[in-house]
Design a binder for this molecule. Structure first.
Ligand SMILES: Cc1cc2nc3c(=O)[nH]c(=O)nc-3n(C[C@H](O)[C@H](O)[C@H](O)COP(=O)(O)OP(=O)(O)OC[C@H]3O[C@@H](n4cnc5c(N)ncnc54)[C@H](O)[C@@H]3O)c2cc1C
Length: 443
């Protein structure tokens, strides 16, 4: 845990903290919501800069990034604004802002700087595709604006290179859409020892078709909650006919309904699915490209993976969030290039009770390592979303950033030459720094 917390209220607080860090040698960490699964918003003995109190929110129908010509409909949010606040503000202004499936994850921190997925990402892109400007204090104590027209290298790095690495972001501006209507399908049944795999089989065999129809959402072993802004209710029912019939045959239910705004869906389904506080959860996901679904071998590999999960007493967890239909400009962001081929993020996590023994923890992590290795074998050349990846991923530079890593490292060295900011497996991190974090290197 950090030794001290500083509640950041403006750029000067950050500048003074950086000066203090330079004089005293005290390391800094940056915390927004503290949701980071890899504990990157924490750090032993650090002075933590807590951004939650940066609460400014403005909407501009013609936002021009400083020094640029192009204008966008955009919301600018202070670095402490979370999705609950951002969604409500967007709703009040009759626009839609893309964000995560959680009220309490922050809009301007680790979510957007590492990629940022939404159930609307298949059509509208990732968080990194929609951010148009950051205000940031870099480790040399300079307040900078980063956008397409100034500090372009930093802007690129902040669109995928990760939080806690290049400086302290004070606010970010995001392109928004008008109020959108979309169809939502909520399908569920009670699982037993035999009915999960046939459900997954239908899903695996329909995934490419569904991806072309704009579907995004979450799938587990016995639920599917997906949305598409491209289909009517009748088209949606036809598209999902097999899976609806299967759930009903298991005594389950299927609701397909239209929503006239993101906010109404958010209030009905997202807030109610919030996870409980204080759970120890190790994520372990991998991005699954379209090519895996296109061969019989790839589909069989996925089914084998699900069998293995179930044998381990786990259930499948699939965010369907790949930006399949988004018109991406090649190279415009620094997030893993694997996102651009991905349809699924496929998860296998781990969890333990607070009082579990070291032996239990080691066993759980060993299983997680095994599952990650299996997923890597099924998806060669793909990557992972670091926010929800296995913290102990061995080849993390390649998995999380691919060919972008070396350029990100040179930008890190340009803006933070003394390495004032460092976090677990962030750009520039070395295994030798493991002892000053919450984890130890594993194995
Ligand atoms: C319940 C839950 C639901 C989630 N749902 C989604 C989802 O739907 N989609 C998705 O993509 N991800 C999701 N995630 C993952 C989420 O994106 C990551 O946990 C992310 O790191 C959270 O960012 P944060 O800024 O809120 O958290 P924090 O833990 O505070 O910060 C995360 C990282 O960003 C850095 N950081 C934070 N603020 C700043 C700043 N102002 N300047 C510089 N660096 C900063 C921190 O140092 C740290 O490295 C979810 C996580 C949880 C726990």
């Amino acid at each position: 845990m950090p030794s001290y917390y500083l509640e950041v209220t403006d750029a000067n607080d950050v500048k003074e903290a950086m000066q203090y860090s330079n004089c005293s040698g005290t390391r800094l960490s940056i915390k927004n919501s503290g949701h980071d699964y890899l504990t990157r918003s924490s750090g032993k003995g650090t002075l933590s800069l807590w951004t939650r109190k940066l609460q400014n929110l403005t909407y501009s129908p013609a936002f021009v990034p400083s020094g640029c010509q192009t204008s966008y409909k955009a919301i600018t949010a202070g670095a402490g604004v979370n999705f609950d606040e951002a969604y409500e503000f967007a709703h009040q202004n009759n626009v839609t802002i893309l964000g995560g499936y959680s009220p309490t994850v922050g809009l301007s921190g680790g979510w957007v700087m590492n990629g940022g997925h939404s159930v609307l990402s298949p059509v509208y892109g990732l968080g990194v595709d929609r951010v148009v400007q950051y205000k940031i204090v870099t480790p040399d104590g300079q307040l900078r604006i980063a956008n397409e027209c100034q500090n372009e290298d930093l802007f690129w790095a902040l669109r995928g290179g990760g939080g806690g690495t290049f400086g302290v972001v004070l606010e970010s501006s995001h392109r928004v859409e008008p109020t959108i209507s979309f169809v939502a399908a909520i399908i569920k049944f009670t699982s037993n020892s035999t009915n999960v795999l046939p459900f997954m089989d239908i899903i695996v065999n329909n995934t490419v078709k569904w991806s072309q129809e704009g579907w995004g959402g979450h799938i587990t072993g016995d639920t599917l909650v997906n949305v598409s802004p491209l289909l009517s209710v009748a088209e949606a029912e036809e598209s999902l006919a097999d899976v609806i019939a299967y759930a009903k045959a298991q005594g389950g239910s299927a609701t397909v309904e239209n929503f006239s705004s993101w906010y109404s869906f958010y209030e009905k389904y997202v807030t109610s699915s919030s996870v409980s506080v204080g759970v120890t959860h190790f994520a372990g996901s991998r991005l699954v490209p379209q090519s895996v679904f296109e061969t019989a071998e790839g589909r069989a590999d996925l089914m084998d993976f699900f069998k293995l999960l179930l044998a381990n007493g786990q259930t499948p967890y699939i965010p369907v969030v790949g930006p399949v239909l988004y018109n991406y400009t090649e190279g415009s962001t620094s997030a893993s290039p694997a996102w651009r081929q991905a349809i699924w993020e496929l998860g296998s996590g781990s969890t333990w009770a607070w009082n579990s023994t070291l032996e239990t923890r080691e066993e759980k992590i060993a299983t997680l390592q095994n599952m990650t290795a299996t997923l890597e074998r099924i998806t060669p050349g793909s990557g992972a979303y670091s926010n929800e990846a296995n913290a102990f991923t061995e080849d993390w530079r390649e998995a999380w950033w691919g060919d972008n890593y070396d350029t990100l490292l040179s930008i890190k060295n340009k803006y933070d030459p003394t390495g004032m900011l460092s976090c677990w497996k962030c750009i520039g991190w070395e295994e030798s720094q493991a002892n000053s974090t919450c984890f130890v290197a594993f194995p």
